[in-house]
Design a protein around this ligand. Structure first.
Ligand code: ADP
Ligand code: MG
Length: 329
């Protein structure tokens, strides 16, 4: 099918060739990339393939008119984040894209944002599908990990410490401001928006945590909800220290209760939440240093189910778990 392009027609294949086709790196894992019936990738000997898909839908995950360069970045970032969370090394990715029209300026900015992040992680776009329709962006990432080194959600044990990378809450703060629910100064909005629109996947940390973390997840739907998946699969509960949470920079002027709610329930952080035995505390700090990623210990797992939130003086704080769910929110 030909897609309309600036008063003349750009065919689907010209569009793919112009924006999404680049020569694969000679030394990389890609033996055959865009342009054939399938891509061929060489998985490192003895490793297992890690696969994950995440889709961004206009009006659901991003606003109509969203900056296409940032959208390109985020489409890949949220997928890389899943590889980080299981400790897999990224190999490549595919892109299934549905577009209302072939807008050259939009496609240029989108593909530039997407491929810049791919270059940063030294991975290739190896294939995909292109169709006309409502704006919808779907990436499938491919990675590899020795099976025994994969950091699953079910490996944590009572007594393990709970850690979070980077900081929490800014992305949700930006979203609330963009929806008109709260107002922010220009500086706060640009700080928070950067976190919402250009999340940093923590792949170097995920790799450094192999052999140290007992369980991990990336925080996409809010810390409490995502930690809840680890707790459920590892059959444990948790004690969290509210004053230890790494609050995002833009949260500094919010009142303590709102700050807490944003850090615990805000989504779109794309940080890693992971557990490790207390005896590996220093090893986690080393992994953070090695990967140039801040890591903060926020609590501990316990055998008793449920989550208890404590303030600095050890008093229990009320919890409102409002993790995001597409079918109930
Ligand atoms: P098929 O007819 O087998 O589905 P297509 O005509 O859809 O193949 O695609 C032609 C080639 O271009 C394939 O190698 C496919 O993987 C690749 N491709 C299609 N869309 C994209 C895209 N958005 N990004 C990268 N590669 C793509
Ligand atoms: Mg196709």
């Amino acid at each position: 099918m030909a897609i309309r392009y600036n008063r003349r027609m750009l065919s689907e294949f010209q569009l793919i060739e112009r924006y999404f086709h680049r020569a694969p790196r000679p030394a990389g894992p890609v033996r055959l990339g865009v342009g054939d019936d399938c891509a061929l990738l060489q998985i490192p000997a003895g490793e297992t393939l890690a696969v994950s898909t995440d889709m961004l839908v206009e009006g659901r995950h991003f606003f109509t008119g969203a900056d296409p360069h940032a959208l390109g970045h985020k489409t890949l970032a949220v997928n890389l984040s899943d590889l980080a969370a299981i400790g897999a090394r990224p190999l490549g990715f595919t892109l299934a894209i549905s577009l209302p029209s072939a807008d050259a300026e939009w496609l240029h900015a989108f593909s530039t944002g997407l491929l810049a992040l791919a270059d940063l992680h030294q991975i290739e776009l190896v294939g995909g599908d292109t169709t006309r329709g409502p704006l919808n962006l779907c990436v499938t990432v491919l990675g590899s990990v020795p099976e025994s080194a994969a950091i699953r959600r079910n490996g944590a044990r009572p007594g393990d410490e709970i850690w979070v990378s980077g900081s929490l809450g800014d992305a949700k703060l930006a979203l609330s401001a963009l929806l008109g629910e709260i107002s922010l100064t220009g500086d706060q909005l640009s700080l928070a928006s950067e976190r919402l629109h250009r999340p940093t996947p923590r792949n170097a940390l995920g790799l450094a945590l192999r052999g140290i973390a007992t369980a991990a997840i990336d925080v996409s739907d809010g810390l409490l909800g995502d930690l809840g998946h680890i707790l459920k699969q590892s059959d444990a509960g948790a004690v969290i220290h509210a004053d230890e949470l790494p609050y995002g920079l833009a949260l500094s002027r919010r009142d303590p209760e709102q700050r807490r709610a944003l850090a615990l329930n805000g989504g779109d952080d794309y940080e890693l939440c992971f557990c490790a035995p207390a005896s590996r505390h220093d090893a986690v700090l080393d992994a953070g240093r090695q990967s140039h990623t801040e890591v903060t210990c926020i609590g501990r797992l316990r055998a008793e189910p449920g989550v208890q939130l404590l303030d600095a003086s050890g008093r229990t704080l009320a919890l409102m778990n409002q993790s995001f769910d597409h079918f109930t929110s």
